[in-house]
Design a protein around this ligand. Sequence first.
Ligand code: 9WN
Length: 438
Amino acid sequence: EPATRHSGLDHRELRAAAVRVLLANWSGKGTVPSRSLYPHQWSWDSAFIAIGLRHLSPRRAQQELEWLLSAQWADGRVPHIAFNPEVPADAYFPSPDFWRSSRAGRHRGAPAHTETSGIVQPPVHALAAWLVHRADPRESARRGFLPRVAARLESWHRYLATHRDLGGGGLAAVLHPWEPGLDNSPCWDTPLGRVTPAPEDSYHRVDLDHSVAADRPTDLDYARYVRLARDYRDSGYDDGAPHAFQVEDPGFNALLIMSEHALAEILRTVGENPSPALARAERLTAALGERLWDPERRIFAPRELRDDRLLPVAGVSGLLPLAVPGLPRPLADALVSTARGERFRLGQVHMVPSYDLTDSQFDANRYWRGPSWFNTGWLVHRGLRACGHTAAADELREGILHDAWSSGFAEYVNPLTGDGRGIRDFSWTAALVLDLLA
Ligand code: 9WN
């Protein structure tokens, strides 16, 4: 019996429990990913959370996105964290006094009224905004939701298309492993390995006060994360400055393409010209195929810009283009067969492992080095459904719901056993469950 075949799950009970998680994590203006480990607002978390919240309260889902977008910088970047000033500074590291956005980011138009980080996360926001609008178009129109967010989303995408096209090939680059959201994935081991670690006595890892060390990135990873973030800050968050870490990630770009299509719908709905968003989507899709397809592993792979080469790795972000509208059929078919093959064993393990099961760097428990996460599972599910793989999509959906329930809405699970890892009552786990149940 495959590990993912389940029965007897009470969907009403599951929905009620997911709602309780989201209500408990609502901070008044946005939702924290976790009360303990992540007590501020995170960028891509809020997008996934809004996708779930729309089934509970379309208005709250709109507010979630509006609040995040109010932390946007004038250069267009949406910061990966919007800090809540009411939360003590030592509750999360790196804190506002590390990022110093209102001072160090002044020349890039960081807001003066609020503190944020200076890096970004995957652009899921326009997709989320469109899905939130569609959940209740009347409430959306009444509040003028789309007109409120359209210009901000357009400027966010323009920032990525211009300031972040560091490779010159039409894709957005990430400058820090926190940016693609898959922090310690083995995908980054080679480029990150070149970064000189910051002295470990120069900061304190608050994350280890809330989570098991074996489930989290190592101290050496953190020392390098700190170095990269400090250097970027000290350049005044200048995308044109030299960067020790510069990678084009397939997941980040796939989400950007999905969001460009959503933005085109948003622009059409508010009576504006959708062509710029559609043109960017087309260019990005072509560049994704030209620059990131690995014909040997039959998956999309990250391109390291320093040496201009594809990294020989298979991570879950390489499967996410499955959800890109209009991905050429042969590529979509190849991705499905890779997902079903020995590297990810879709249908035989719990959800979708974050990294290649056959690689020596796979670790079933440590964060993004192997565990299955609910947001990437949701995205692969969306891709399977869009490509007409209905039975596989249904099976993955059941698996996601079951794993969320049995793990208490864990942050991630061991793909081989389904055991919850990281913290519990994690917001996007609950939100995406609500979406799958709707
Ligand atoms: C750093 C909030 C975030 C997620 C990321 C996840 C983790 C932060 C951390 O938590 O990253 O941004 O402190 O480890 O990797 O995807 O957005 O849930």
